[in-house]
Write a protein of this length. Structure first.
Length: 106
């Protein structure tokens, strides 16, 4: 999945505010970041839920840099729990590496 459109929307909104000399205080910045995180994690968890149901998955794995997001891990664990399937994630933060960076190294 790509979130470039959503990221671009947030970026363009921030630039528009900047152009209009509207300064964001720290709370406003935190609210925007929170809303962005909530939208993306909800979308990912929903898509995963749909895939699990469609393909009758017995387990799921959450890996890569995105797996470091505790909100996403919590939402996915909440989602898979009633389905009685397991969700595997790395056990230490050092293993939550960015897939693009790993491919770049190769």
């Amino acid at each position: 999945m790509s979130f470039s459109g959503l990221k671009s929307q947030v970026y363009n909104m921030l630039r528009k505010l900047e152009k209009n000399n509207i300064e964001l205080d720290e709370q406003m910045k935190a609210n925007i970041a929170f809303a962005f995180e909530q939208k993306i994690t909800h979308m990912l968890a929903t898509k995963l839920y749909q895939a699990v149901r469609q393909y009758k998955a017995c387990s799921v794995g959450l890996v890569g840099g995105v797996a470091a997001n505790s909100v996403l891990r919590e939402q996915i664990n909440t989602m898979v729990d009633p389905l009685h399937i397991s969700c595997a994630t790395p056990t230490q933060m050092v293993y939550f590496t960015d897939n693009a960076a790993m491919i770049g190294v190769v």
